[in-house]
Ligand binder design. Structure first.
Ligand code: ZN
Length: 129
């Protein structure tokens, strides 16, 4: 894990040594904002690549205009985040009787009243982006 801070123009440098990671996930964290997945990179163009990240990340859509998760590159577990004053929790009771609460309700991820930068949530990777 490597961490870096941006300057007031948003520029940053980060140094890390690739080992056997399958992919490098770049997250953005900050005061009062969620951890956002900005980009998941599997290969770099060079040893010192110039990379630009957008906050929140640029959302790619497939040909069915479904938003693609930057990590798993799939759309089927991606939910749009709705910011509600009173988020709805869906209660799910499994066959064994366990009760779990899911923030996913009617196909959207219910976020609490704090409005974050994240626009989408992947329920497979548990990341917001
Ligand atoms: Zn995903």
């Amino acid at each position: 894990m490597a961490k870096t801070l941006t300057d007031d123009k948003g520029n940053f440098t980060i140094t890390f040594t690739p080992k056997n990671e399958k992919s490098f996930d770049f997250y953005c964290t900050g005061l009062g904002i969620d951890t956002l997945l900005l980009s998941s990179v599997t290969t770099f163009e060079s040893d010192t690549p110039e990379m630009t990240f957008y906050v929140p990340g640029q959302h790619q859509r497939n040909s069915f205009s479904k938003t693609i998760c930057p990590k798993c590159k799939r759309t089927d577990k991606v939910y749009k985040i709705e910011y509600e004053d009173a988020p709805v929790m869906t209660r799910q009771i499994s066959k064994s009787g366990d009760t779990t609460y899911s923030p996913i309700y009617k196909g959207t991820y219910q976020e609490s009243c704090i409005v974050g930068l994240a626009r989408f949530y992947c329920n497979r990777d548990k990341v917001k982006f």
